[in-house]
Design a protein around this ligand. Structure first.
Ligand code: SF4
Length: 348
């Protein structure tokens, strides 16, 4: 035993029909969808999907995935544009993304890496060595971001090995893991896994979650185990049409996360992944939601709304803007939409 939960049974469209999550009439077209984009769901998210449309829509295949739009991209955020060695993205000077696996516990229907997730399992040992060598030989790299796929599908033993290797590189000050596991597969958050994470003195876990209904009793307990162990927790959320594209849904999610000691970090505008156009809102719609939330929630509950500029040009905040230059002054909009003037100090 390596501390991982037992393998999960494969799921089929017929299972989703039996659960009432898919129409029998739609089954042939959904079979076509899953030929192209994999299907995987944990028992926890299968049960949550039966209770919540906001959860089901994220994981249950839809015929809309067969629709391709002109703006759709095979590499929406430019992972391949900045890959000095296979499995590593080096977009910003001080940090790298290490794609340790292409496997996830669930396959999200809107995933920006849907062309690669599920392909070939974990990063082969020779490629992992080459990536670690690159990091060791590049002193500018201060932060290593482990992603995938989902890095927490690796066994605690593999994670411990990786942590030990990265800890041995003196200039790596921070390790950040981006994962959906604590929410979708909370049984993986074991004492052995937490001990492996804590081998590095500064490990941050960024939890991907999009709807309060994903935060099952088990998920809440898993997040509490991580927080109790002293692992700092952030959350990233994708803005998804008919899942969470309204202020009430996001308020529920962000407030629940803060209660669980998880700081909402980014609200991502949905990327241009192929066959995911039905999930995308407009940026104006996202800004309107953020404006509504700004008036309702404390700053601790509010993430930054960001866009990963298509093509690999980086991530930027996309408003809404509260500040406009007005000659020598500024015009500042308050959460109620009223405009105020602000003057910088006069130079002496
Ligand atoms: S868990 Fe993350 S990487 Fe995996 S399918 Fe979902 S969004 Fe993509």
């Amino acid at each position: 035993m390596d501390g991982s939960p037992p393998p999960r049974p494969a799921l089929s469209i017929a299972d989703l029909v039996a659960d009432g999550l898919a129409d029998a009439e739609q089954a042939p077209v959904l079979e076509q969808v899953v030929q192209d984009f994999r299907l995987r769901l944990t028992p926890q998210m299968r049960a949550a999907s039966a209770l919540s449309d906001g959860v089901a829509r994220q994981f249950v295949p839809s015929a809309a995935e067969l629709i391709q739009r002109p703006e759709d991209s095979l590499d929406p955020i430019g992972d391949d544009v900045h890959a000095p060695v296979p499995g590593l993205t080096h977009r910003y000077p001080d940090r790298v993304i290490l794609h340790v696996t292409k496997t996830c516990e669930v396959y999200c229907r809107f995933c920006f890496r849907r062309e690669t997730v599920g392909d070939t399992g974990h990063l082969p040992p020779d490629q992992l060595e080459a990536a670690l060598d690159y990091i060791a030989q590049t002193p500018a790299i201060w932060e290593v971001i482990l992603t995938g796929g989902d890095p927490l599908v690796l066994s605690p033993r593999r994670i411990a090995d990786l942590m030990a290797r990265l800890t041995a590189i003196a200039h790596v000050g921070v390790i950040r893991l981006h994962t959906r596991v604590p929410v979708v597969a909370p049984d993986r958050i074991t004492d052995a896994l937490i001990a492996a994470l804590r081998l590095h003195p500064s490990v941050w876990v960024v939890v991907h979650t999009n709807h309060a209904d994903e935060l099952t009793h088990e998920a809440r307990a898993a997040l509490a185990r991580l927080a109790d162990a002293g692992v700092p927790l952030l959350a990233q959320t994708v803005l998804l049409r008919e899942v969470n594209d309204n202020a009430n849904a996001l308020e529920d999610l962000f407030c629940a996360l803060i209660r669980l000691r998880v700081k909402p970090y980014y609200l991502h505008h949905c990327d241009l992944a192929r066959g995911a156009g039905h999930f995308r809102t407009t940026i104006a719609a996202g800004q309107a939601i953020m404006t509504a939330l700004r008036g309702r929630l404390s700053g601790t509950c509010l993430p930054t709304y960001v866009l990963d500029i298509p093509g690999g040009f980086g991530k930027v905040p996309i408003g809404p803007d509260y500040l406009l230059a007005d000659g020598q002054s500024w015009r500042v909009t308050d959460p109620n939409g009223q405009i105020h003037r602000y003057d910088d100090p006069v130079k002496s």
